[in-house]
Design a protein around this ligand. Structure first.
Ligand SMILES: [Zn+2]
Length: 493
């Protein structure tokens, strides 16, 4: 990925003797003892803190995919696979997309897994994509990233120190955006720089295979993905960073094929969502110009050669691209053609709602938003469309309880807290609005911004009990910030 160039530029300064952590981490909770980190193991808590700090910056990276159709799909795919891990995970897996045509996937500390759009597009079935996600989850479960970081090599040490310096600036609220993005790039490069051992790769294959099979995906997807990656790296037809960092060997392929032979055949799962996610990923990574033209050409070909969900998804991709270049009439036409295929999809409804709004078809947008939410009560994109519709209809009194329920439903999705804050502000509840915004910042790992929001709430509040409650929250968050800061300080070594 582009981070590679960036990292190589910094390679003299950074390389990978990451996180050297200290036995003191096994102490009870609380402020850890002082002194530079040393020793072998990176504790799961510390790994998560580091991962949160990296992701706080990663979410602001322009390549970070914000499309809810893709995000929710990837995260749920990861969680479905993780449930079948034979090795217990220390934290919930969070999978996100990166808009990058390089075929790659990477694991960050703390259970965060990035999947490039290039990989989503290269996969020819959901099982193929799931096989790579499962392999990365296996690296996380086996704590390969954490262990790699604690191995001492000169290069990783310097890299870590630099990374941590930037993360500390972020914690203090003083990092600028460019710096944050660079830091995220370095972090994303870490697992590649580590270059896991052959044994670690074999372990990840074995555990990943069982996850794939346990979650009901066709295990042949793993062998097919292997062959595809080997083939594309041989032909050099597309940038394939994955093959560089996860060396593909005949042995690994043979191991997978042997496992498949000894696995009894069964009925496998394949969601229609995969095709829609893939189409959206293809359009998003093209970013206009000639790349977009060739994506559209491929989608046109798929429309005539495919059937069922992949055909409907190809029309959806064409509509998605038309909407991006603001050609509302073409978007509408492709959506109609998609619907004629007869495949139902939340992605189709969500895009149709957007197109109706863009066309000024207010009543149609509103009616479809209501119907779609009744039909897809577990879809975040549709929930977001419905909130937007409520607000556009001036139904603030309904939007607020709706958002509160969605926060109960998806406690880890930051966007709903942000929307709740905006709605409360409109309803002249500035204290509650800032409390909601503080929750948003906590979820994205921006603790110092959360403290700011709570302090503003504290100074706006005239209620004694509310003030006392806010004081407690502010004190707790400051302690957590200080604890994180001290943990990170040790890595500066
Ligand atoms: Zn690997």
């Amino acid at each position: 990925m582009k981070y590679r160039a960036l990292t190589q530029g910094l390679a003299a300064i950074l390389s990978a003797q990451l996180l050297v952590v200290t036995p003191a981490l096994s102490q009870p909770m609380g402020i850890p003892s002082m002194g530079p980190a040393s020793g072998a193991e990176l504790s799961p808590n510390l790994e998560r803190t580091l991962g949160d700090a990296i992701m706080e910056q990663g979410r602001r990276d322009p390549q970070y995919v914000t499309e809810p159709i893709i995000n929710q799909y990837l995260t749920e795919l990861g969680q479905k696979l993780a449930k079948h891990s034979s090795v217990p995970l220390h934290y919930e897996v969070q999978v996100f997309g990166m808009r990058d045509r390089t075929i790659n996937a990477f694991a960050l500390p703390g259970g965060y897994i990035g999947i490039n759009t290039g990989l989503m597009v290269a996969a020819e079935s959901e099982a193929e994509l799931a096989s790579v996600v499962a392999h990365e989850i296996a690296h996380v479960a086996q704590r390969h990233v954490a262990r790699g970081m604690t191995q001492s090599s000169e290069s990783s040490h310097i890299m870590l120190a630099s990374l941590v310096g930037a993360l500390l600036a972020g914690l203090a609220g003083s990092a600028d955006l460019a710096m944050g993005v660079a830091t995220f790039g370095q972090a994303a490069a870490v697992d590649r720089q580590l270059g896991f051992s052959r044994q670690a790769e074999q372990e990840a294959d074995r555990i990943g295979y069982h996850m794939l099979q346990g979650a009901g995906f066709d295990p042949n997807g793993m062998a097919q993905m292997f062959k595809r990656l080997m083939h594309s790296s041989r032909l050099n037809e597309s940038p394939n960073a994955y093959a560089t960092t996860h060396p593909l060997s005949a042995q690994r392929l043979a191991d997978v094929e042997n496992r498949i032979m000894s696995t009894p055949a069964q009925t496998y799962t394949q969601s229609t969502d995969f095709w829609f996610v893939q189409a959206a990923a293809a359009v998003l990574q093209a970013q206009g110009g000639s790349a977009l033209l060739s994506v559209q050409q491929r989608l046109q070909e798929a429309v005539s050669s495919q059937s069922g969900a992949s055909k409907a998804a190809a029309y959806y991709g064409l509509a998605y691209a038309a909407k991006q270049r603001n050609d509302k009439a073409a978007a509408q036409q492709y959506l109609q053609q998609a619907r004629q295929v007869g495949v139902e999809s939340a992605a189709l409804d969500s895009l149709q709602i957007d197109v109706y709004w863009a066309q000024g078809q207010t009543e149609k947008a509103w009616q479809l938003a209501k119907q779609a939410w009744a039909k897809w009560p577990n879809n975040q994109a549709i929930a977001l469309d419905y909130v937007e519709a409520l607000q556009k209809q001036g139904l603030l009194e309904q939007a607020i309880p709706f958002l509160e329920q969605r926060i109960q439903q998806w406690p880890q999705a930051p966007r709903f807290h942000q929307l709740l804050a905006q709605a409360l502000d409109k309803r002249q509840q500035p204290v509650e609005a800032r409390e909601a915004m503080a929750q948003y910042y906590i979820l994205v790992g921006a603790l110092s911004s959360a403290v700011d929001q709570l302090q503003q709430a504290r100074s706006l509040s005239t209620d004694f009990y509310q003030q006392s409650k806010l004081d407690v929250q502010i004190r707790d968050l400051r302690e957590r910030l200080e604890r994180d800061r001290l943990l990170l300080e040790r890595f500066k070594g």
